[in-house]
Design a protein around this ligand. Structure first.
Ligand code: OSB
Ligand code: MG
Length: 372
């Protein structure tokens, strides 16, 4: 396969309601979409999950735009690859970081190859699942009652897991209130780095609430302190921000820093790294699940295809389009069954959705076309 043209677009898409995590709030997404075209005219879209500000990882949509234009695109445009899995090595050689920028194009190469071969993307990645269980991620609320109402509504909708964003001062009482209202629900907390080991008493209080896991309580790039914490908790620690490559997943296991991994393909540089982490975790008895970054329906297609791999055994942050947007930019929009599952597209070639190109053009605030 050979990438011939790469168009970048920034679109603005307002969220139905603002989403707050411990490290920041967003009300409107700035989304970087890539349009990849090969020498025969086959084309596909992919999405960069970098945020508006560097509060999750160091990358932002602007750094990713620059990295793709300056370094990612020149390495792949006009280059013949036997398989999309080979793009990862091309992008890693003497090119540090910028995982979300790399992933946007690397995943697009997988998407493009699925279109070229006429197979569903899930099949190309080796996925076996027909449906993937879905969880919801609830932002930080002003009061426990508001959170309880949202959690109850989510369980009634069929969600198989409720993830509660926490921060100091909005943690134990909030999670406890949800636990009281929903004694049997699969609940978890995600702190996005809001704590340190000095907060051990708070984290130990969460430990008593029967959570499936506590996600990334400590620093965004930490493994050592999480290992100390995991030894003090019964609840599994799940790492998100800290896992940026296969090697970091291996380090997590070697150090005992956590027992579950949230795989976001954007965070680890794309599908090749995601599959390697998935396979490694499977060999170690570590369950994984697919995280989300408030992607549009384009990015969602990649996450759902990846999450069809067998060791994605826990519910993923793969909410339907209507949870985020008044109207998504793909057709059909993503939905969830009453049983809380997303159906993996397995009948048509490619992503299983069609980007609404007219609407995307209308939402575009900047664009550039790159050629070999
Ligand atoms: O930590 O998982 C996270 C969104 C933005 C940044 C970080 C995170 C999240 C989510 C969103 O939890 C989950 C979703 O896309 O539904
Ligand atoms: Mg997280």
């Amino acid at each position: 396969m050979r990438l011939d043209r790469l168009r970048l677009r920034e679109i603005r898409l307002p969220l139905r309601e603002p989403f707050r995590i411990s490290s920041g709030e967003m009300a409107e997404r700035q989304i970087l979409l890539c349009e990849l075209t090969d020498a025969d005219g086959a084309t596909v879209m992919s999405e960069c999950v970098a945020g508006e500000t560097p509060n999750y990882t160091p990358e932002t949509i602007d750094t990713a735009w620059h990295a793709i234009e300056a370094w990612v695109a020149p390495r792949l445009l006009g280059v013949e690859l036997a398989h999309p899995r080979d793009a990862h090595a091309v992008l890693e050689k003497n090119f540090r970081g910028h995982n979300m920028a790399k992933a946007a194009v690397e995943m697009g190469m997988w998407g493009l190859e699925s279109v070229r071969r006429g197979v569903p993307l899930a099949e190309l990645v080796g996925g076996t699942r027909v449906r993937v269980p879905v969880g919801i991620s609830l932002g930080i609320q002003k009061a426990p009652e508001l959170l309880v109402a949202k959690a109850e509504a989510a369980v009634a909708q069929g969600y198989k897991k409720v993830k509660i964003k926490v921060e100091p001062g909005r943690d134990v009482a909030f999670v406890e209130a949800v636990r009281r209202a929903l004694p049997d629900a699969h609940l978890m907390a995600d702190a996005n780095n809001a704590y340190t080991l000095a907060d051990l008493p708070v984290l130990q209080a969460l430990d008593g609430l029967g959570l499936m896991m506590i996600e990334q309580p400590l620093a965004w790039d930490d493994l050592v302190r999480h290992a100390t914490l995991q030894r003090a908790l019964r609840t599994p620690v799940c790492l998100d921000e800290s896992i940026t490559s296969l090697e970091r997943a291996e380090d997590m296991v070697a150090l005992g820093s956590g027992r579950i991994i949230n795989i976001k393909p954007g965070r680890v540089g794309g599908f090749t790294a995601s599959i390697a982490i998935h396979d490694y975790c499977q060999s170690q008895g570590i369950p994984v699940w697919c995280g989300g970054m408030f992607e549009s329906g384009v990015g969602r297609a990649y996450n759902v295809a990846l999450a069809s791999l067998p060791n994605f055994s826990l519910p993923g942050d793969l909410s339907p389009s209507s949870r985020y947007w008044t109207r998504d930019v793909v057709d059909p929009e993503w939905t969830m069954t009453p049983e809380g599952e997303v159906i993996v597209p397995r009948t048509a070639p490619g992503l299983g959705i069609t980007p609404d190109v007219e609407r995307i053009a209308a939402l575009t605030v900047r664009t550039v076309e790159l050629r070999a």
